[in-house]
Design a protein around this ligand. Sequence first.
Ligand SMILES: Nc1nc2c(ncn2[C@@H]2O[C@H](COP(=O)(O)OP(=O)(O)OP(=O)(O)O)[C@@H](O)[C@H]2O)c(=O)[nH]1
Length: 217
Amino acid sequence: MSGQRVDVKVVMLGKEYVGKTSLVERYVHDRFLVGPYQNTIGAAFVAKVMSVGDRTVTLGIWDTAGSERYEAMSRIYYRGAKAAIVCYDLTDSSSFERAKFWVKELRNLEEGCQIYLCGTKSDLLEEDRRRRRVDFHDVQDYADNIKAQLFETSSKTGQSVDELFQKVAEDYVSVAAFQRTRAWTWARRQTPTSTAAVITESPLTWPGGGFPQGVWT
Ligand SMILES: Nc1nc2c(ncn2[C@@H]2O[C@H](COP(=O)(O)OP(=O)(O)OP(=O)(O)O)[C@@H](O)[C@H]2O)c(=O)[nH]1
């Protein structure tokens, strides 16, 4: 993987113990580690190559430490991120409050970053529905408000994990295509009599507050 170009910088954010590392482990290695919980220190990086249609997309995933002790460090890792997976534990309401904190930060400081809310450990609800502490509809309303996507996942069973990361990559491809078309149209307007226009592709920026109309799938 060394020297490979990363197309999309993705940052994992959320309170400690919500399951960020487990989510990345399930997605990248298709495994769920059992054993004593080990908190992340600082951050960990992993890259994953995937396909969207006939395109290859490389996600560069930064798994940050959830402990508030490392909060300042997490800020370093979300800088320049095109996508943030903001996690909360479906069985822990305080973790959702913490998720909102990260959303606020991203909205203020990293407005080009697309947000994906991820409720984790859904298998625990399969075992006992009464364990749910974060209401799906409340989060959906919140997600609509902030123009975020919402997923509920289980790293233990794998439920919706691939779908989440696939959506991140698909959105990247959609936005890239949209921006190419926009750049092409702009270049043609500048050179109406020319038969050819030279287009310099600008670095991909995701419009603040969500995607342009029409590119959502
Ligand atoms: N049942 C269940 N347990 C999970 C799931 N995901 C994570 N866990 C457990 O929750 C605990 C915390 O998981 P981690 O992935 O280490 O959490 P984290 O958010 O990376 O934690 P920090 O590194 O401290 O920020 C571990 O004991 C995991 O086994 C899940 O989907 N289902």
